[in-house]
Write a protein of this length. Structure first.
Length: 310
């Protein structure tokens, strides 16, 4: 199974092999829904607004097309809804920036008008049957054959839609006793940490965005400062993203490492299209002991919450 980003093919086997085996047992009967976030009619929404595809039955239609990432399948009839129709249901502005997020943290980001022009289609059936995870289901994005969409714009395992460039810069923090509170980053630059790093962004397809520079200056706060120093009773810390798997670390390890919660890049808030509004910078190159927990991963994108476990 492959994804392509620009001129390069990106192999997704590591995530796919584990996730598909688990998901394939439940996909056929699971309720189909997508979570909406971002700048909706009532302001910035950082808690999910679940949208059931069953509730959009009046917009269901079919599309005869194929996914070029699976050329041996050939064309077939897909059932689903046009993405633009779903966005219309929720009053999304025609010029709004839309970022589609997949379970494996791959993304597709374009203006709504461009998705409409290309007739992006949220499909949940192929040939009258639910789409299995092994071919990108249960929900995937396909396009009409005459759309000339880039192969990388075909999105599998669709989980969420984020409306707008960035909002929701606060972080949910839950202590070892289970108490939750929002943490808001200081507005004064004097209180932030700045680091120059090789630019890190999630894999994906972005249209209408400038290519990121080779190096970037990120800003944020150390994890231990976000958590108030040295909280008692903590055994492990969990980093919870909006989509994808959480990351767990022993607290004794995490509290002594320079783990940065990033809320800015090159003087601007981090757009969701580049992993924001918050993400975690892990010092894997400097601290080899992290490898057994995160491998070579240096970033966890789309951070929603941090939770301490007793």
């Amino acid at each position: 199974m492959v994804r392509r980003q620009g001129a390069f093919w990106i192999l997704g086997i590591a995530w796919w092999a584990g996730a598909v085996l688990v998901a394939s047992r439940a996909w056929a009967n699971a309720p189909l829904h997508i979570d909406l976030y971002g700048n909706l009619s009532k302001g910035c929404r950082t808690e999910p607004l679940p949208v059931s595809l069953e509730s959009l039955r009046h917009r269901w239609t079919t599309l005869e097309t194929e996914d070029p990432n699976f050329p041996t399948q050939g064309p077939d009839t897909y059932r689903g809804v046009y993405l633009d129709g779903l966005l219309e249901e929720f009053g999304v502005a025609p010029d709004a920036q839309i970022t589609l997020l997949a379970e494996d943290q791959y993304l597709v980001a374009m203006p709504r008008s461009r998705f409409a022009e290309m007739k992006a289609f949220l499909a949940f059936e192929r040939g009258g049957k639910p789409i299995p995870p092994m071919t990108g289901g249960p929900i995937k994005i396909v396009f009409p054959r005459d759309s000339r969409a880039d192969f990388s714009a075909y999105l599998w395992y669709v989980k969420a839609i984020w409306v707008g460039d960035a909002c929701g810069g606060s972080l949910e923090v839950r202590d070892a006793a289970g108490r939750a509170h929002p943490y808001t980053f200081p507005t004064s630059k004097k209180k932030l940490i700045f680091k120059r790093i090789p630019t890190a962004v999630p894999k994906g397809y972005r249209e209408g965005w400038a290519s990121p520079p080779t190096f970037s200056q990120v800003s944020g706060l150390w994890l231990r400062d976000v958590l108030g120093g040295h909280p008692s009773g903590a055994y492990a810390v969990e980093f919870i993203p909006y989509v994808g798997k959480s990351l767990h670390l022993p607290w004794k390890l995490a509290e002594r490492l320079p783990i940065l919660i990033v809320n800015g890049c090159n003087g601007q808030p981090v757009p969701v299209a580049f992993g924001g509004p918050l993400w975690v910078l892990l010092p894997t190159a400097e601290y080899g002991e992290l490898a057994q927990w995160v491998g070579e991963t240096s970033a966890l994108f789309f951070l929603k919450a941090v939770r301490l476990h007793p």
